[in-house]
Design a protein around this ligand. Structure first.
Ligand code: HEC
Length: 187
């Protein structure tokens, strides 16, 4: 009789252990596919970020809207206002000093990294060899400086609005001894 009772207890304990282990196994089986589903979901989010063509695509996309066609009608008064974003680091008037960045008097048409008393980053010096700040270079640089010249010391996120860049560069063009001709204006 006693050993029969003991058997019943043992069976009960073993049964409990079995159930606990089964639950463990089952919850594992439920949990892990769930975790891998989450990973798949993350990838899907990245994909749709690229697909929607919204801000993400615009920021990393290779197509920066050209400004050449807008320069002739650029609102230089607005451009001067946009320059306030640059003025913490740059002067643009004749004889202006270098600040955090080099002075920008006559920058349109000026060889890149050519102000002798300003210490440029190695990245900009290297990039600029034999190059000039054309309208196109300026447009692309100001759109997102660190994309156009990786490693530049210019800590500025960029101007995403095409109109802002056109107005600003149109105004910068006038801050010069003899402004370079507008694109398409002939000789
Ligand atoms: C936070 C400071 C800062 C701001 C804001 C800033 N710049 Fe700069 N800029 C710099 C620095 C620093 C350099 C030198 C970069 C290097 O050596 O890599 C530079 C370089 C440049 C150059 C190259 C000049 C040359 O002599 O080759 C141009 C053009 C320029 N900036 C235009 C602008 C314009 C336009 C804006 C506003 C839309 C602007 N920057 C805003 C700091 C700034």
């Amino acid at each position: 009789m006693d050993s029969f009772q003991l058997n019943k207890y043992l069976m009960a304990i073993l049964g409990t252990i079995f159930i606990v282990m089964s639950l463990n196994f089952l919850s594992g089986a439920i949990y892990f596919p769930h975790a891998s589903e989450e990973k798949g979901f993350t990838i899907a989010v990245e994909d749709s970020g690229g697909d929607t063509g919204g801000a993400a695509a615009e920021a990393s996309g290779p197509t920066i809207e050209p400004i050449e066609g807008l320069l002739a009608s650029a609102n230089t008064a607005d451009g001067e206002k946009v320059f306030k974003k640059c003025a913490a680091c740059h002067t643009a008037e004749q004889g202006g000093a270098n600040k955090v960045g080099p002075h920008l008097w006559g920058v349109v048409g000026r060889p890149i990294a050519s102000i002798s008393d300003f210490k440029y980053s190695a990245a900009m010096t290297e990039y600029g060899q034999g190059k000039t700040w054309t309208f196109e270079e300026l447009n692309e640089f100001i759109y997102k400086p660190k994309d156009h010249i990786p490693g530049t010391a210019m800590g500025f996120a960029g101007l995403k609005k095409t109109e802002d860049r056109a107005n600003l560069i149109g105004w910068l063009r006038e801050q010069a001894d003899s402004p370079v001709p507008l694109p398409g204006s002939g000789s």
